[in-house]
Write a protein that binds this ligand. Sequence first.
Ligand SMILES: C[S@@+](CC[C@H](N)C(=O)[O-])C[C@H]1O[C@@H](n2cnc3c(N)ncnc32)[C@H](O)[C@@H]1O
Length: 250
Amino acid sequence: MGVCKANVVIDSAIDIESSLMVDSLSPRLAAIADQVSVSTVLADVGTDHAQLPAWLLTHGHISKAIALDIAEGPLVRARRLGLSFGDRMDVRRSDGLAAVKPGEVDCVTIAGMGGLSVAKILRQGVQVWMAAKQVVIQPQGMEAEARVVLLAGGWGCVEGHLVQDRRKLYVIERWEPSLHEPPWTAGDLRWGRLIRANPDPLLGAWLQGELDDVEQGLHRLVDSGHAGHPDAAKLKAQQRLLRMELEGLA
Ligand SMILES: C[S@@+](CC[C@H](N)C(=O)[O-])C[C@H]1O[C@@H](n2cnc3c(N)ncnc32)[C@H](O)[C@@H]1O
């Protein structure tokens, strides 16, 4: 009896927690959700709290979600949230896409990880995403690494945006199979072809933020008497590139 009561309390606590968590998304996660096509079966890699798939299911936007994470802690939270969705949310422990079979999903989201990690997940899970219809990425730094893998698979970027969330800027791109992807320049790989093509309203602020970081790094080297260090030359090259890119926007 006591156990039952405890379960009831726990279940209702889960319901309250779930409904609170899926009612709204942060601007970053909302912008990712916007890129996921209606009715898809989604694999969310590195799902953590599973907020993204839970929100998409709650709003009837997708038919099923596979929520994947490498770590047990996040999976406990994801499973708890997944309870509300029955067999429409499948929570799996997985390194990248390893626990997903090719053809099982139409869309793959990979968000909140560095570009190198996103690229590694894409390389190792190539058969899964190549069998899907779309990949939505939100890499945090080294975005070019992920773009190179998608381009090598014959995919093209169909949407690219910057989104601001709590004073930080994030890159969000949707990729799909493409027969006519135009060539990408070095600048496109670094900052995003579509983000540059019709300059995203936040591109100037993003470039300026990068330039400020580079210049702070340079000042630190100069102030500590290491102006001749090879890193200073690299930072100066970055500074030149960023200034040119900013001038191109003006
Ligand atoms: C910062 S959280 C991002 C959560 C969510 N995707 C978001 O954007 O808010 C990164 C999550 O990715 C998971 N993760 C890191 N490497 C992974 C991998 N190789 N495969 C699956 N999950 C991974 C971590 O355990 C963590 O839960």
